[in-house]
Ligand binder design. Sequence first.
Ligand code: ATP
Length: 439
Amino acid sequence: MDKLVSLCKRRGFIFQSSEIYGGTGSVWDYGPLGVELKKNLKDSWWRAMVRMRDDIEGIDAAILMHPRVWEASGHVAGFVDPLVDCKACKGRFRADKLEDARCPQKPSKHPGEHTTCQLTEARQFNLMFKTYMGPLEETASVVYLRPETAQGIFVNFLNVQQSTRQKVPFGIAQIGKAFRNEITPGNFTFRTREFEQMEMQFFVEPGTDEGHFEYWKAERMRWHHSLGLSPDRLRYKAHEQLAHYARAAFDIEFDFGGTLGFQEIEGIHNRTDFDLSRHQEYSGKKLEYFDQPANKRYVPFVIETSVGADRVTLAALVNAYREEEVPGESEGRVVLGLHPSLAPIKAAVFALTKKEGMPEMAHRIAGELRNHFPVDYDETGSIGKRYRRQDEVGTPFCITVDSESVTDGTVTVRDRDTLAQDRISADAIRGYLTERLPG
Ligand code: ATP
């Protein structure tokens, strides 16, 4: 993880927030390559969950919602983690995750295990960030930064259903920021206080929920495979304790390696009719679906798929990072073997030297390709160095213009993973890349 964090900073994937002021606790900024990577990941999710389906609609709900939403959802009363303090070292820990934490004074032990530890009784800490709407900082104007995107979907259930004339079963999806005042954030972008969720709520007739749950469980795992996450680093984990609203819940876990190991990246939950019923009760507005052919009304059940864009971006980086020997070279190379659909730059174009019309031709090629793919142009340093720079950020193809290119119009295209080089006509590059780059 340390090597990855350093690569992310050096190459402009992820920076610490407000770094020049010493950084903000567990808040991160995405740099030029990181923003492209995360955007590609979100696009892949949006395409799979919204664009490719006629039974799911997308929305973009506001972060600030009516405060009653969070009373209805149960977050004001119950979105809490148990917090313990250590009077000896002033450390603060989640009482239910002591096994994952280290004693600051004796890192080989967990908090509470060292002789000097003095842990307090656990007290409940609400994870929602509070702020005030309008100029008066008083109780009546308290609003929350949403701790999940799902509630924006529940409160819009009828707006979406009626405006699109969707029939149950159908889903609503959105991607957006969520905020949690986590007690122990950390592990780079794995657990942060501000993050992005990609959530989909699928509304189904009660009694059909189990079948839909199984369907979504399999479908979501397929999506993680499609990103190139290694199947042996992915697994399902059934929740041992179900939340009060849930009838079934599974996590998809990814093996981050090191001390983190397998950790949740997505949750699939059968939320029953809990949320819509509660919003019905708290708002006084009916949130029933009218099934015309069957002439009956009911509050749908909800199957939810909830995945963190930042957490899967981190999983994709961990999955992609490798160090390897290069045959015939003394120095090895660092490669981000990102799936081509996620790679921030799809192709890099190099002029072998700055002479004989090579830069002009390379610029022309890069300019033409930019209409279709994110492309980088580089003419500095040895060709070997330029390859290494692109390998390190996961660029699938490097195109080199040499003196032969200027006379016969051909270029070499080098594959990031196999290192194989093809000599092709410059006119054929676009087709060559299109064939090999999905999406
Ligand atoms: P955890 O047990 O790790 O706190 P959770 O069970 O509370 O997670 P959910 O409420 O199910 O998580 O959220 C769905 C997804 O949102 C998670 O699978 C994860 O990918 C992402 N997520 C949740 N909390 C965070 C966070 N603090 N930082 C980054 N991503 C998060």
